[in-house]
Design a protein around this ligand. Structure first.
Ligand SMILES: *Cc1c(COP(=O)(O)O)cnc(C)c1O
Length: 405
């Protein structure tokens, strides 16, 4: 079975689970993260959502409007609401997956205090246009509008001389096992602004506390990841997940799409064991991004001109957290691929504004995101895929597309 995602976990990460006698694992992780991503300062948090929640508090937002794409991970909206602010959703662009910047500009009001720019699936947003929009809005409304670059899917995407995380004010990273780089769980904020960094650090010491038992919990979870994503075990784990409820407990705390809340441990500092896994992953980072780009290029070459399949945009500087096709009859694709031993994913299969929990924030239809939510189908693109596996995915997809017509 070729899984739809697989964290790259090897000896380095296994060694990171052993006890450490150093006191500075988290600080080392922060420094290495900043160096690897080419920014001045990185601050570690227990989750990406916790980082966003604490950021909004640190810069004093409360009762303010925060603009974000409706086609994103629910946890981003949760963090906005739970920090006491109001999410304002915008639809996605035509022919892509990112926020439509015309709608971003149209949604800015005198109450707008922040914009979350999501570089979804590893595609860099158009920061030049965004800068122009911000300049006009700040001029019109006379106050600063904070920008959060949501890099949870992108890490270092963008032009090599201008990766998106180097834009002002902060960049947000999520580091759970489904992301490009993992620290078991975990989140990071980066910034180039030393004053802001100081402010965030002060708030972080108020917002978060240490739980000495967390390391053990995370070690157990990490060990389970090793087993679950082991090549030999994967089919069995998948079967348990599909046919029993044995594994629901492990994922329930994490997938909170039904209601607006954060996990019970969202205010417990990143554990040193997570920082050590993150350090091991950062060593692999250049290779992992290069491999994703290679596989995306291979898919593009192998899958062009298929009937009923819309390929994802080809954008320079994309890092491909996901390689996302759009098809009309998604369940058929998933079923047929599975028979060929390939697991396809449905990545983001909702538009946040359409979720019942967000009904009170929905003020108009956002049809492009809804369509993407119904059609998005992501292919395996993890760095550890072999050449023959990539070819197997291509021939499977070609077969399904051809049979469907
Ligand atoms: C995963 C993710 C985050 C942060 O997630 P956490 O699970 O809280 O670390 C933020 N934005 C997007 C788009 C994501 O996919």
């Amino acid at each position: 079975m070729i899984p739809r995602l697989r964290p790259t976990l090897g000896l380095k990460e296994a060694l990171a689970l052993l006890p450490s006698f150093r006191e500075d694992d988290v600080e080392r992780f922060e420094r290495t993260f900043a160096q690897t991503l080419g920014v001045d300062c990185a601050l570690a948090y227990p989750y990406g959502r916790s980082a966003l929640w604490s950021f909004l508090r640190a810069v004093g937002l409360h009762g303010d409007e925060v603009i974000l794409p409706t086609y994103t991970c629910t946890v981003v909206a949760h963090a906005i609401v739970l920090s006491g602010n109001v999410p304002r959703f915008v639809d996605i662009e035509r022919g892509g997956f990112l926020a439509d910047l015309d709608q971003v500009e149209a949604q800015i009001t005198s109450r707008t205090r922040a914009i979350v720019v999501t570089h979804l699936f590893g595609y860099p947003a158009d920061l030049e246009r965004l800068t122009a929009i911000l300049a006009r809005a700040e001029e019109a409304h006379g106050h600063q509008i904070w920008v959060v670059q949501d890099c949870a899917h992108s890490f270092g995407c963008g032009r090599p001389d201008r990766p998106v995380q180097r834009a002002p004010d902060v960049a947000l990273f999520g580091l759970n096992a489904s992301k490009l780089v993992t620290s078991i769980f975990g989140g990071v904020l980066t910034t180039e602004d030393p004053h802001l960094a100081e402010r965030l650090r002060r708030w972080r010491s108020v917002d978060f506390h240490r739980n000495p038992l967390k390391g053990l919990r995370r070690a157990a979870y990490a060990a389970a990841l090793f087993v679950a994503f082991d090549r030999r075990a994967y089919r069995g784990v998948k079967w348990l997940q599909d046919h029993t409820s044995l594994l629901d407990g492990a994922t329930r705390a994490y997938h909170l799409d039904g209601e607006i809340r954060l996990p019970p441990d969202y205010r417990e500092e990143l554990a040193p064991i997570e920082a050590r896994v993150g350090l091991a992953q950062l060593e692999r980072y250049p290779w992992m991004v290069a491999r994703r780009r290679e596989i995306a290029a291979r898919y593009r070459a192998g899958l062009s001109d298929l009937p009923g399949v819309e390929l994802p945009p080809e954008v320079e500087g994309a890092t491909y957290s996901h390689y996302v096709l759009r098809v009309a009859d998604r369940p058929r694709w998933i079923m047929e691929a599975r028979r060929a031993g390939i697991e396809l994913g449905t990545v983001i299969d909702y538009s946040v504004a359409e979720l019942p929990a967000y009904a009170r924030y929905r003020d108009r239809p956002l049809p492009r995101a809804q369509a993407a939510a119904e059609q998005a189908l992501n292919l395996p693109i993890h760095p550890s895929l072999g050449v023959d596996q990539v070819e197997a995915v291509i021939s499977c997809i070609r077969g399904i597309a051809t049979r469907g017509t």
